[in-house]
Write a protein that binds this ligand. Structure first.
Ligand code: ADP
Ligand code: ZN
Length: 212
């Protein structure tokens, strides 16, 4: 059972990396705060309605909302039993401190990627509406144009509404402002693993990183 935090700028490939972790540890539960927010937005829940204006601008949703949401999710039985990959949280030092009161974690994986690659990854990314497999217009098109490799559904390039150039700049700035205190915090606890994620890692690399 592993409890893993994924950390890195928007577009570092946290979603893709989570998929790779799931191949090595099929039972582990992927908890993505961005996905939970988008789900809430789609269903127009109170959390979704509160988060919308921040997400549209590429700003952080207030800590109290996010922390409560993550606490709820991490306290569920499935997560307690199978462990988790936390993707998109913490994004501020107070979120990191709050997390330490919710659960132990085994390590934090920092995905490092150059900024020009990040920009292409974000502006080119899209996903299968049926199975959520992730693709990229520049780097990772499906093998057959318009058809999902994984489930066969029809797909076309469609940007997430907050994946535009202006919001992206904002998200990158927000990341840079918050990252160092969080990284120092985990480094001082000896939890940080720093990996270069400009190229997709092999399964062997992943197993090594995860200490399986
Ligand atoms: P990104 O591609 O920027 O990593 P995510 O899918 O993780 O995007 O998150 C989308 C949006 O959801 C963020 O821009 C932010 O508004 C909100 N969000 C997600 N996680 C958090 C968090 N831990 N704290 C505050 N806001 C968050
Ligand atoms: Zn699919």
């Amino acid at each position: 059972m592993k409890r893993i935090v994924l950390f890195g700028p928007p577009g570092a490939g946290k979603g893709t990396f989570s998929g790779q972790i799931k191949q090595a540890l099929p039972e582990i539960i992927h908890v993505s705060t961005g996905d939970i927010f988008r789900e809430n937005l789609k269903n127009e829940t109170p959390i979704g309605l509160r988060a919308k204006k921040y997400m549209d601008r590429g700003e952080l949703v207030p800590d109290d909302v996010v922390i409560e949401m993550v606490k709820d999710r991490l306290n569920k039985e499935d997560v307690k039993k199978e462990g988790f990959v936390l993707d998109g949280f913490p994004r501020t030092l107070s979120q990191a401190e709050a997390l330490s009161n919710i659960t132990e974690i085994d390590y934090v994986i920092l995905l490092e990627v150059d900024e020009d690659i990040i920009i292409k990854r974000i502006l080119g990314r899209y996903s299968c509406p049926n199975c959520e497999e992730i693709y990229n217009k520049y780097f990772m098109k499906p093998k057959k144009e318009g058809i999902c490799d994984k489930c066969g559904a029809l797909i076309k390039f469609e940007q997430r509404s907050d994946d535009n150039e202006e919001t992206l700049r904002n998200r990158l700035n927000v990341y840079k402002q918050n990252a160092n205190p969080i990284l120092d915090y985990y480094r001082s606890k000896g939890k940080l693993k720093d990996i270069n994620y400009e190229k997709k890692l092999t399964e062997k690399d992943i197993i090594k990183v995860l200490e399986l």
